[in-house]
Write a protein that binds this ligand. Structure first.
Ligand SMILES: [Zn+2]
Length: 90
């Protein structure tokens, strides 16, 4: 499981760049991340959020296995485990 721990996470405008401990680099744009958000609010919404112009404003580490991502529209409820991010970035 150690390959699913990023050695680097950084923000590049509207993208989240992840470098994994095995050297693989992946990136996810804000729209993709928002669509993949699995918080109760997003899961109960029947249509896609308006993600035009949406950007990522904050990344907060949750322990050693996940991050919370804050979006520019104020949404910050989703928890993204590293294993999930790795899956998404492939
Ligand atoms: Zn959400």
């Amino acid at each position: 499981m150690s390959e699913n721990v990023p050695s680097e996470i950084r923000l590049a405008e509207k993208r989240l760049i992840l470098r994994w401990s095995d050297g693989v680099e992946g990136s996810l744009d804000s729209r993709r991340l928002r669509e993949a958000c699995r918080c109760a609010e997003c899961l109960s919404r029947s249509k896609e959020p308006s993600s035009t112009g949406l950007s990522i404003v904050e990344i907060r580490l949750l322990g050693s296995h996940a991050v919370t991502i804050g979006f520019s529209d104020g949404h910050m409820r989703g928890i993204f485990p590293f294993t999930y991010l790795r899956e998404l970035a492939q």
